[in-house]
Design a protein around this ligand. Structure first.
Ligand code: PRP
Ligand code: URA
Length: 209
């Protein structure tokens, strides 16, 4: 069964408060999302497997640890997922990055896929799907189905803020996917916005509306 991890590190909680605040402008919002993404990446990679490697320090030959196991691929969901990619790449600079373009139809709240471009070896990679918001779960669910259809086997999902409704959808549809959150909020409102949430992540990141 996929697990849900709320990464409630004090720095993540502190920065999320400023991200949520409607007085926070685009520049600061972007910087904070980048910082929280980096902090979350640190937590998410905590259990990556290691192997011994023999090296020579200037003093002596020794065995030291290097990462082993599958290479990592990041898959931001356009557009708002883009705001978290650089933060993760600061810690995992060699990760390949695929993109899934989805938007949520404002009437039906159903995801509409308009773009997909992935590394050719996704089946050999540990994929981290990235989206700041997990609301109804429709977008992330669709993106994960798309990745699985194309051969992906190891997938984790990383979101700044989720609603319980979205978490339930992913747990139900993708019990193999671990979910990493900065915060698990109360509920969705009648327009499908997360409460208390942060508003529209894409608009706040890119200064649109
Ligand atoms: C937002 C957000 C998620 C989606 C979450 O994207 O970035 O992708 O909504 O909602 P869901 O869980 O109900 O599917 P949006 O559709 O606003 O597109 P954008 O990123 O291009 O702004
Ligand atoms: N998408 C967003 O950007 N914000 C929400 O609260 C829900 C979906």
């Amino acid at each position: 069964m996929g697990n849900v991890f709320v990464l409630d590190h004090p720095l993540i909680q502190h920065k999320l408060t400023y991200i949520r605040n409607k007085e926070t402008g685009t520049k600061e919002f972007r910087e904070l999302v980048d910082e929280v993404a980096m902090l979350m990446a640190f937590e998410i990679t905590r259990n990556l497997p290691l192997q011994d490697k023999t090296i020579e320090t200037p003093v002596v030959e020794t065995k030291a640890k290097v990462l082993s196991g599958k290479k990592i691929g990041l898959v931001p969901i356009l557009r708002a997922g883009l705001g978290m990619v650089d933060g993760v790449l600061k810690l995992i600079p060699a990760a390949k990055v695929g993109h899934v373009g989805l938007y949520r139809d404002p009437e039906t709240l159903q995801p509409v896929e308009y773009y997909i471009k992935l590394p050719s070896d996704i089946n050999e990679r540990e994929l981290i799907v990235i989206d700041p918001m997990l609301a109804t779960g429709g977008s992330a669910n669709d993106a994960i189905h798309s990745l699985k259809k194309r051969g992906a086997e190891n997938i984790r999902l990383m979101c700044l803020i989720a609603a319980p409704e979205g978490v339930e959808v992913i747990k139900e549809e993708h019990p193999d996917v671990d979910i990493y959150l900065g915060a698990l909020d109360e509920k969705l409102d009648e327009k499908g916005y997360i409460v208390p949430g942060l508003g529209d992540a894409g608009d706040r990141l890119f200064g649109t509306k």
